[in-house]
Design a protein around this ligand. Structure first.
Ligand code: AMP
Length: 367
């Protein structure tokens, strides 16, 4: 056993858990997962504890683990608080508490002077009508919890759509958010360990289609050092306020007036997958380093240009991708299904022209 070897328990066994484990084995760690079934992406990569009413599989994971982390911001805060009584969980319950509720998240941004869209909390249709009067249109109605990849959201353009919006998000607690005219969508990933060491990856540009991330360009082009610094200052405030240990991701809008925060995730993020080959240390390794008490690794890009293309729904011409010298394929061992993230391809390049040519080629091979 290596001197710093740890048993890491992960709540969840999807692709994020899979890539965390793959990054943690070279450090000498062992992994266990708390998941749904043996077909999940991470199931074969460590001890798999299947959720069930009959056995205390969560208790078994906790017994196995020296430290526990999770894949999703929708993990129960109460569950994490309970586990924390016996075994450290990183990021802690505070990070989850803020990140899993859009209202709490926005009020934290406001408290820390991080610009975000004007918003108001609504719990019924009458309040939604009042909120529309206050915020103006267009505006976006978002359920406060369990929204991801654009689900649980409705863009209200005219007052005649208010009722439709309310029923479309399931008539539950929501925020109405002012519409931001943005130039680009960006995100930044930061990592903090328990010794209060912070590191930041460069801002990246994200392109979505139908609410799902398709492409990340890393670093985002034409970002001034002042804008990068601004994003890092926002991240540092969030990390310190939540006493966050592990990776934290912040999605931002780039506007004429500067950066505007959209939402954060207390976990490794799809917009950070480029770091696997694109940065000196991947987001996955840095998360594992942070939660197992190791010094954090360099976040500097290995090459001037990188990108990540998601494989969604169908695998496409994988053999063609494998022949491309500057492309790196990552599949999650998932069956094809419309809208499902099956894997991603990272591309690195020495010039913008080389990156664009590679992306054009990939476009032809992906459905
Ligand atoms: P979210 O789930 O909050 O990340 O929102 C999904 C997508 O909707 C974002 O990636 C943006 O493209 C768009 N969006 C969300 N909030 C706003 C906003 N306040 N103004 C304009 N577009 C938004």
């Amino acid at each position: 056993m290596t001197p710093f070897s740890r048993r890491v328990g992960i709540l969840g066994a999807g692709q994020l858990g899979r890539m965390l484990a793959m990054a943690g084995y070279p450090l000498g760690h062992k992994f266990g997962f708390y998941g749904l079934n043996h077909d999940e992406p991470a199931a074969m990569l460590g001890n798999m504890h299947i959720q069930s009413d009959d056995t205390d599989s969560l208790g078994q994971l906790v017994d196995f683990a020296d430290v526990i982390t999770y894949e999703s911001e929708n993990t129960s805060v109460e569950l994490v608080e309970k586990i924390s009584q016996t075994t450290p969980v990183y990021p802690s319950a505070a990070s989850l508490y803020y990140s899993q509720h859009r209202g709490r998240e926005k009020s934290l941004f406001t408290e820390l002077n991080i610009p975000c869209a004007p918003y108001t909390l609504v719990t019924n249709l009458a309040e939604l009508h009042q909120a529309v009067d206050m915020i103006g249109l267009p505006a976006i109605l978002k359920s406060t919890t369990e929204g991801y990849d654009g689900k649980g959201q409705f863009v209200i353009k005219q007052t005649s759509q208010i009722e439709q919006a309310w029923s479309s998000i399931g008539e539950r607690e929501a925020i109405l958010e002012g519409f931001i005219e943005f130039k680009r969508e960006l995100s930044i990933i930061a990592v903090r360990n328990a010794d209060n060491q912070h590191v930041y990856y460069p801002l990246v540009e994200n392109q979505h289609h139908e609410g799902i991330l398709r492409l990340t360009v890393a670093p985002a082009q034409q970002i001034s050092p002042a804008i990068q610094q601004q994003a890092e200052t926002y991240m540092q405030a969030l990390l310190d306020q939540m006493d966050h240990v592990g990776v934290l991701t912040l999605e931002l809008f780039e506007t004429e007036a500067g950066l505007v925060a959209n939402e954060m995730a207390p976990r490794v993020h799809n917009s950070g997958h480029w770091t696997m080959e694109g940065a000196q240390t991947s987001q996955f390794e840095n998360h594992i380093r942070a939660i197992t008490g190791l010094p954090l690794g360099s976040t500097v890009p290995r090459q001037p240009f990188a990108a990540m293309v998601n494989i969604i729904g169908q695998h496409g011409d994988i053999e063609a991708v494998l022949k491309m010298p500057n492309a790196f394929l990552h599949l999650y061992d998932k069956a094809e299904r419309a809208g499902r993230k099956l894997g991603h391809i990272n591309v690195v390049a020495d010039s913008e022209a080389e990156l664009q040519t590679s992306l054009e080629q990939l476009k032809a091979w992906m459905p």
